[in-house]
Design a binder for this molecule. Structure first.
Ligand SMILES: Nc1ncnc2c1ncn2[C@@H]1O[C@H](COP(=O)(O)OP(=O)(O)O)[C@@H](O)[C@H]1O
Ligand SMILES: C[C@@](O)(CCOP(=O)(O)OP(=O)(O)O)CC(=O)O
Length: 493
């Protein structure tokens, strides 16, 4: 049996925060080039038959051993010598192996575990704040400096201490881990992961289940969906699909496949295609210490419940703007496909001017007019969404776009070539996203990305992330030699 490597991307919810918790609305989720990797090695050097060792080499005290019994019933028991617990990893192993025994039979699972398994989990540096590392290396907080930090750099601390950047580490981790196990136990094939197959939907349903169980609640699931399918327009599943598996005694024997089967019609989420337009780039920054998403969500939902009519009107108007934003961006991509050369010239022009100037040129070549108008619409719609999200925050008493973020975002969206931006997901103090024009050549002007790096470097608490949009559609199997630094991470362990 050979080594299995599966990666899954991180996420940014650029529009649809809070709304996406309700299946009546959808959100725009962009998947990131920053990924989580799970490497499964069958000829385990450090474990023995029916034992699984999981290592997270970027952290201290992050090695966990589990003893697996398949018959008479499946148990995955954390070894007593483990120095910490990892509920997310434990539940992922237990559920994926249980599903494998249901689908492939105990003897097939036992033979895959015969020599034990070594599993290594590694997340791209972007998932964890690199601010301290940059300071330690005496490097300015810009994109160039991030390239000087070795891939999968040790964080120097434990998982409990790390500062996350909001890319959805637990969803990407769970998705890559359960998908790798399904591939390794031959429940699905590697090809399944990269096409619209039943195997891919099974990996999705399993990852949603494990993530809900580990978090102790059913969130909207957009983060797991992005990890499986890549960028898309997300409409959530009705949480009742997981009710039976989530309630009751989780230690008593249960059967997963009837619920998690891709044929189970109760999985009613919708994944509609979406991608950012050509020659644009998402830019992400880690801003401050972080916000506690569940407490923000609790307050917003409470306000919504108590102010039904007002909330309904606000949700409806935000949804209309979110849907238009998605349609305008899709239209911009179509304008590119209609004439890439004209589009490229238009993006170069827009990159040299502030958005307020985009429509002011009486000499715009007629063939570029539609493109300019579409970009300007995107800018205005993004600004309108921000205004409505601030209103949601004001009404519910939650810092969705707090004034510190407003000041920073206003300065960013005023720069030449910046289409729009906002505070991702639930909002708060911890991150911002921007969409900027990214022409092939910008000379003699500065590129919009450089202008933004300059603005950010003059703000005390802003540190960029490396991520761009991942165009690879979600989870995929990898060749270990293609991923810079991954093999060295294994050697470290
Ligand atoms: N590199 C990693 N290795 C092992 N487990 C990890 C890793 N990163 C995250 N986790 C698991 O995910 C949990 C974090 O979950 P959560 O706080 O929900 O993160 P997020 O908000 O990024 O999704 C950790 O407690 C740990 O169990
Ligand atoms: C409020 C939400 O709609 C969006 C939250 O998005 P974030 O990206 O802020 O989430 P975390 O990764 O949990 O910090 C809740 C949800 O959809 O589950």
């Amino acid at each position: 049996m050979s080594t299995t490597v599966v990666s899954s991307p991180g996420k940014v919810l650029v529009a649809g925060g809070y709304l996406v918790l309700d299946p009546a609305y959808s959100g725009i989720v962009v998947s990131t080039s920053s990924r989580f990797y799970t490497v499964i090695q069958p000829t385990a050097a450090s474990s023995h038959a029916n034992q699984i060792q999981v290592l997270s080499p970027q952290f201290t005290q992050a090695s966990w051993r589990y003893d697996v019994t398949v018959e008479p019933k499946l148990t995955v028991v954390p070894n007593q010598e483990n120095s910490s617990k990892n509920k997310f990893v434990h539940l992922a192993l237990e559920s994926a192996i249980l599903l494998a025994t249901e689908m492939k039979g105990s003897s097939s699972v036992l033979s895959a575990l015969a020599a034990g398994l070594d599993i290594t989990i590694a997340g791209d540096n972007d998932f964890y704040s690199q601010r301290a590392k940059l300071a330690e290396l005496n490097l300015p907080r810009n994109l160039e400096s991030l390239t000087k930090i070795p891939p999968f750099a040790p964080t120097g601390g434990s998982l409990a201490q790390v500062h996350k950047t909001g890319l959805g580490s637990s969803a990407a981790l769970i998705t890559s881990l359960v998908s790798a196990l399904l591939v390794h136990f031959s429940v699905i094939s590697s090809a399944d992961l990269s096409e619209d197959s039943e195997g891919r939907h099974l990996a999705h349903n399993l990852a949603q289940y494990v993530h809900c169980l580990a978090q102790g609640k059913v969130g909207s699931g957009f983060d797991v969906a992005a990890a499986v399918f890549g960028s898309h327009l997300y409409t959530r599943f009705d949480p009742s699909v997981l009710e039976d598996l989530m309630t009751g005694d989780t230690t008593s024997p249960r059967t997963l496949f009837p619920t998690l089967s891709p044929k189970n019609r109760a999985w009613n989420h919708k994944i509609r295609p979406f991608a950012l337009p050509p020659l644009t780039r998402i830019m992400l920054a880690d801003v401050d210490a972080g916000s506690d998403t569940p407490s923000l969500v609790g307050k917003v939902l409470k306000w919504r419940k108590e102010n039904d009519a007002e909330a309904h009107a606000l949700w409806t108007s935000i949804d209309q703007l979110n849907q238009s934003f998605a349609s305008i961006l899709t239209r911009i991509s179509e304008l590119h496909d209609r004439d890439p050369a004209v589009y490229s010239a238009a993006v170069k022009y827009l990159s040299s001017l502030q958005p307020v100037q985009w429509m002011a040129n009486p000499w715009t070549p007629p063939e570029e007019e539609d493109i300019m108008t579409a970009f300007y619409d995107a800018h205005q719609t993004s600004e309108a969404i921000r205004a409505k999200m601030r209103e949601m925050g004001r009404l519910s008493g939650v810092p969705i776009e707090p004034s510190e973020q407003t000041k920073l975002l206003d300065e960013c969206v005023r720069q030449a070539g910046v289409i729009g931006g906002g505070v991702p997901g639930a909002g708060g103090f911890d991150a911002i996203w921007l969409l900027v024009c990214d022409p092939v050549d910008c000379s003699p002007d500065q590129r919009p990305t450089e202008r933004i790096e300059y603005v950010w470097s003059h703000y005390g608490s802003v540190s960029p992330l490396m991520a761009v949009e991942s165009k690879a559609k979600g989870s995929r199997t990898e060749n270990i030699d293609d991923i810079m630094g991954l093999k060295d991470t294994l050697r470290l362990s």
